[in-house]
Design a protein around this ligand. Structure first.
Ligand SMILES: [Zn+2]
Length: 103
């Protein structure tokens, strides 16, 4: 008999550089490729149409209901959800100047 799997969030050590390179960031209305900052991507996009990287990680700018996340996961089974706040903290620790003071 097949057991039903449930979602339990885990902490995992990730290579921040790898996450940066393969991250799609989901916002209110559309998604953004973190690597080249192409916006307007749909949630079913697995490869960035602009820079050609494939997405391995997905971060969210806001909290989403589990049902929503489940839908995304069903469309894109291989994707790894990351905590976008954790990710931002890590990259800002690493080089805040370079990434956030670009003007
Ligand atoms: Zn891109």
């Amino acid at each position: 008999m097949e057991e039903k799997l449930q979602n339990i969030r885990v902490w995992k050590e990730l290579n921040v550089k790898d996450v940066e390179k393969h991250l799609i960031v989901v916002g209110e209305l559309s998604s953004e490729c973190f690597s080249c900052h192409e916006i307007g991507l749909g949630l079913d996009v697995k490869i960035c149409p602009k820079c050609g990287i494939y997405f391995k990680y997905m971060g969210f700018r806001r909290k989403n209901p589990v049902s929503y996340l489940q839908r995304v996961k069903n469309n894109f089974p291989g994707i790894v959800f990351i905590d976008f706040e954790d990710f931002k903290k890590n990259i800002s620790k690493r080089d805040a100047h370079k990434l956030f003071n670009t003007e």
